[in-house]
Write a protein that binds this ligand. Structure first.
Ligand code: NAP
Length: 280
């Protein structure tokens, strides 16, 4: 089977690399010539080009560009596709992407591998990035079953755990566990940097250890990705941010009122609840 990957960055490059080692013939398209050369030289793809016509022989194509480029890329890609080609994408937001692409190419199913790093570009591509991680497939009532099964099968071969849900449910769920944490974590870094005494800032920077590293990690990631999450999942992100602000206010209130017992109960409840989140 020929697999096409459009967008040879962290996700596209990592996926191409694993699929090629699994024996698929992998063709890659990216915007920069040097990215294509690097992908071939590192053995990430069998062939690569800056021209979408390379996708003419691909059976299943993964669109791995930044979210804003997904729909425009598919528009340009459609004239080159074989009539049976299956399209999927890896965008972190699903409802607007699924709506736009299904209108351009009905043999499409949305997807979201829940894996990543703070790095980007082909240089950040790594092997086994998706092993043991969730891979969400987001069919709608009109998605062809064959496309769902085929993409699911490929995602499973990457070692991922497959979940199926509606695009809107995906966006609401990831607002809580992926998009809200980016904003919370970024606010944490910004709050620390608002300390007015430069000596204290410097001391805090030297003392920062695993707790700060864990809680600041996603807020210090790729800014472009954060903006895309906010832009494309605006409503769900705002809903989760407003809720977060209410919870923060409760903490402030408990501490101001010295309601230590209430604070203790709140923290105990959270300690219990955290265990229900799969990777925690
Ligand atoms: P990335 O590392 O920046 O990779 C995207 C690559 O696509 C760029 O390096 C660029 O390569 C290429 N590109 C950009 N526009 C293109 C176009 N119009 N046509 C073809 N290639 C194009 O970003 P990423 O983190 O892999 O994210 C890619 C997608 O995965 C996004 O939709 C994101 O929502 C999703 N995602 C990201 C993560 C994460 O944690 N990073 C996790 C899950 C899903 P060159 O310019 O070098 O050619």
């Amino acid at each position: 089977m020929n697999i096409g990957i459009v967008g040879l960055g962290l996700i596209g490059g990592s996926m191409a690399w694993d699929l090629r080692s699994l024996g698929f013939h992998v063709l890659g398209v990216s915007t920069r010539e040097q990215t294509c050369e690097k992908a071939i030289a590192k053995g990430i793809v069998d062939d690569a080009s800056v021209n979408l016509s390379l996708m003419a022989t691909a059976d299943v194509i993964f669109i791995c560009t930044p979210i804003a480029a997904i729909a425009p890329t598919v528009e340009q890609l459609v004239p080159y596709l074989s009539s049976t080609a299956i399209l999927t994408d890896v965008g972190s937001v699903k409802a607007p992407v699924v709506k736009a692409i299904s209108e351009l190419w009905p043999n499409f199913v949305g997807g979201h591998p829940m894996a990543g790093s703070t790095q980007s570009g082909i240089g950040a591509a790594m092997r086994d990035l998706f092993v043991g991680r969730p891979y969400v497939i987001t069919p709608t009532e009109t998605t062809p079953t064959l496309a769902v099964d085929r993409v699911e099968e490929i995602a499973r071969s990457l070692g991922s755990h497959i979940y199926r849900c509606h695009p809107a449910d995906h966006d609401r769920a990831v607002a809580w566990i992926s998009h809200l944490p980016v904003m919370v974590s970024a606010s944490l870094i910004a709050a620390c940097m608002s300390e007015v005494d430069p000596d204290i800032v410097s001391l805090a920077q030297h003392l920062a250890s695993s707790g700060f590293r864990d809680t600041s990690r996603v807020g210090g990631g790729n800014p472009e990705l954060g903006v895309m999450m906010a832009k494309y999942n605006r409503q769900e992100l705002l809903r989760s941010l407003h809720s977060y602000r209410q919870h923060l206010d409760r903490f402030i209130n408990d501490i101001e009122q010295e309601s230590w017992e209430v604070l203790q109960q709140n923290l105990e409840q959270n300690q219990q609840n955290r265990k229900n989140f799969k990777s925690c």
